[in-house]
Design a protein around this ligand. Sequence first.
Ligand code: TMP
Length: 244
Amino acid sequence: MIERQQLYEGKAKVIFEGPEDGTLIQFFKDDATAFNAKKKDIIKGKGVLNNYISEHIMRAVEQIGIPTHFLKRLNNREQLIRKLEIIPVEIVVRNVAAGSICPRLGIEEGVALPNTLVEFCLKDDRLGDPIIAAEHIITFGWANTDELNVIYEDTLRINDFLTGLFHGIGVRLIDFKLEFGRAQSNDRVEVLLADEISPDNCRLWDAQSNKKMDKDRFRRDLGGLIDAYQEIARRLGVSVPDMS
Ligand code: TMP
């Protein structure tokens, strides 16, 4: 086996050096964390499910013309991705009130928002990913205005597209989180979608029963996380080897 240089270990993934310049390998772990890693566990098979589900969604996003870092799935736990300079901002998109916005603004969970709400958080675990305004992003140079415009437009298109995709399989897309990065292509800087899109960073409710089919099953000790992720994969038509 070839020794690979580990570059970064996050809460749910590890990033290794890639086989060619400008590439990386993204490894999906079984670790589950919540509340800035105050709550932790290992859920056997979660990483494999997220690898396959995220592959499926990234390919679909590419098909609507939004560039992503995804190049190919290498095996059950790894993807080859483009090396990006990650923009240190998490973009949270909300269609229905759930999670942190409820106590923050005194809103009841499940209330449909009159329009799509886009929030920004600084990607900094030490600070607990604080919510920020678009102006902070420009003021502190985390992205420039052109980049922020691309991020905002891509985010809204991804939301429209994924809302429809999940609606088609009887699932409500309540909210999700995106990350973007920049890459030099020829003589210009391109902004690409990064990270993953999986039930770890989306809230997905069954359209009939409103049953939670995402990481809230872990955050709220509801149990049945693997069954829920398997059901999402099954409805998307993604076949995933059972590693649980
Ligand atoms: P929140 O309600 O906790 O702010 O989360 C909103 C959405 O963003 C939800 O789908 C989970 C996702 N998310 C992440 O993927 N990573 C994070 O660190 C946080 C806080 C939320």
